[in-house]
Design a protein around this ligand. Structure first.
Ligand code: AMP
Length: 524
């Protein structure tokens, strides 16, 4: 290659590189700032459906004497480890957890000042603003000792290798508490109940909540990493079966009001600490006999949590599970009586149910009544609501042992999805009036008119800048406004407004009170 060719090759190479860089930058730009995997935006008009569901829940729950509790989205990780259970998938794999650095500690200083920084950490550990955990204490001790060897660093240049170790250890400090985005809200409700001494309130404490929950699950239809729940809890000293039945009645009332079709209520009793342990052992023994025929997950659960085997959806395990001992045959007298009364109370309320002996909850504090509601149009993720009695939870979290609880959580995403699948719940909404104005004097009149129309409850679009007549009315059409109200010099002079029904072009000139009357008629 001569020099000229080399030059040319370099130029070609350079322009190829530039093109590639440009392309990479464009790809990067197009990928920038998308919602994180498994998290999604809920946009209009779907968001109106969400509001309708939430509003209906507020109304229905309100009529049963429930009041709203608004809870933090972040809680101490330990709250969930203790309540949901350290060994559950939710806590062991799916929580979004991070260390919340204490605000009392200054940012990391230059190397020369590190010893005083470590001393500061020690003081904060004593005062409790940095967790005084075993590893933190050990690291602190080690750093003090190591610091003596290597500081002041200018005089001990031979110890520089140890500085790396010093920094490594320093960065191992847990500078704040471990917090998690809530994967569910029952634990938070119970925490709040205890924290605010709600056991002193008269009667049962009836609370509902709604909001986002976070679980790092594999995303699919009806399963998201940020999903929403509407839930309710009853906390108090009574565990009367009538409470269980009323909670379920409230739920079914909500689904009825929302016109959710094909909702099926499954119920079961999982016993209590008197009868369940023996059943679990019987179940475990039976499972051992068929161990080889089970999948890996179920095999593991024989040891960790045999009840969860009953949840299995694996095709080839179904016939085996059908033959396993059933909890209904192992309930103690008190649990059997409680369950029978829950069913009678449901009958009194005219609520249909299916008994499902495989409906279980793996955690110790869950007891007696459990229930789940499935809906249509959801594929494999067809549970829209799960609930049950958790009489041991308040005590487990440090509250009075006498407080019992029952509650449920509706998966709002799935509820809305199911309503959509059946074409239910689309809200009419939309724009009542497009208020077209032409000229500065008309703008001022239009601003006043828009305010009065909105006060009367009309949905009004008022263009922010003046537009040509054709363009303005074209936009009114595209926005699907029902009526255009036109304010121009002519209207101002006559003290009237022109109103045009956009579906058929009917046009009228009306004064303001006639206009309001006409528009009310249009809305009816
Ligand atoms: P749980 O708190 O696991 O008993 O769930 C109660 C309800 O929340 C379920 O019946 C679902 O409707 C809903 N749900 C649970 N996890 C998710 C998720 N990852 N995405 C969407 N909905 C969920």
């Amino acid at each position: 290659m001569n020099e000229h060719d080399q030059e040319k090759a370099r130029a070609i190479e350079e322009s190829r590189r530039l093109r590639q860089e440009k392309k990479a930058a464009a790809i990067e730009r197009s990928h920038q700032f998308r919602a994180i995997k498994g998290l999604r935006d809920i946009l209009p008009p779907e968001s109106a459906q969400w509001s309708r569901v939430e509003q209906t829940a507020r109304e229905v729950f309100g009529t049963f004497g429930f009041a709203e509790i608004r809870l933090p989205v972040l809680e101490a990780t330990n709250l969930f480890a203790r309540s949901v259970g350290q060994e559950t998938d939710i806590v062991s794999k799916e929580m979004y957890t991070f260390i919340d650095r204490t605000t009392e500690l200054r940012p990391e200083p230059p190397i020369g000042e590190m010893p005083s920084y470590v001393e500061e950490i020690g003081r904060l550990m004593e005062s409790g603003s940095i967790p005084g955990t075993e590893p933190n204490r050990a690291t602190f001790k080690y750093l003090i000792a190591l610091g003596k060897e290597i500081f002041p660093i200018e005089e001990k240049l031979s110890e520089l290798g140890k500085l790396t170790e010093y920094l490594f250890q320093l960065h191992g400090f847990q500078l704040g508490d471990s917090v998690s985005l809530r994967p569910e809200a029952t634990a938070s409700v119970v925490r709040a109940y205890i924290q605010h001494g709600m056991q002193t309130l008269p009667g049962n404490v009836k609370l509902y909540y709604m909001g986002p929950m976070f679980r790092r699950e594999r995303p699919q239809k009806g399963r998201y990493r940020q999903f929403y729940q509407i839930g309710a809890e009853v906390l108090g000293t009574s565990d009367a079966p009538g409470i269980d039945a009323e909670v379920i009645e409230m739920l079914m009332r909500l689904f009825e009001r929302l016109k959710l079709k094909g909702a099926v209520l499954n119920i079961n009793s999982i016993g209590d600490k008197n009868c369940r342990p023996a059943y679990v052992e019987t179940l475990r023994a039976e499972l051992q006999k068929v161990r080889e025929q089970l999948g890996a997950d179920s095999q593991r659960r024989i040891e960790t949590n045999p009840l969860r085997v009953l949840d299995s959806k694996l095709e080839h395990e179904q016939a085996i599970i059908e033959k396993l001992p059933r909890i209904a045959d192992h309930l103690c007298d008190a649990c059997r009586a409680h369950y029978a009364e829950v069913k009678r109370q449901l009958d009194l309320r005219g609520i249909a149910y299916q008994e499902n002996w495989r409906l279980v909850r793996g955690l110790d504090y869950y007891m007696r009544t459990t229930f789940e509601i499935t809906a249509t149009g959801l594929g494999s993720q067809n549970a829209v609501c799960g609930g049950g009695r958790y009489d041991g939870l308040v005590e487990l979290l440090g509250g009075p042992a006498t407080t019992k609880g029952i509650g449920f959580a509706i998966g709002t995403d799935r509820l809305v999805l199911s309503l959509q699948e059946m074409g239910e719940g689309a809200t009419p909404g939309g724009l009542d009036i497009y208020l077209a104005w032409f000229g500065p004097a008309a703008q001022s009149a239009a601003i006043g008119l828009a305010r009065r129309l909105r006060d009367a409850g009309f949905v009004v679009e008022l263009p922010a800048v003046e537009m040509k007549f054709g363009k303005s009315l074209g936009l009114a059409d595209r926005l699907k406004a029902r009526n255009a109200v036109i304010v121009g010099d002519e209207e101002l002079a006559a003290g009237t407004f022109t109103v045009k029904r956009l579906s058929d072009g009917t046009q009228k000139k009306l004064n303001e009170s006639e206009l309001f009357e006409y528009l009310r008629g249009e809305r009816a």
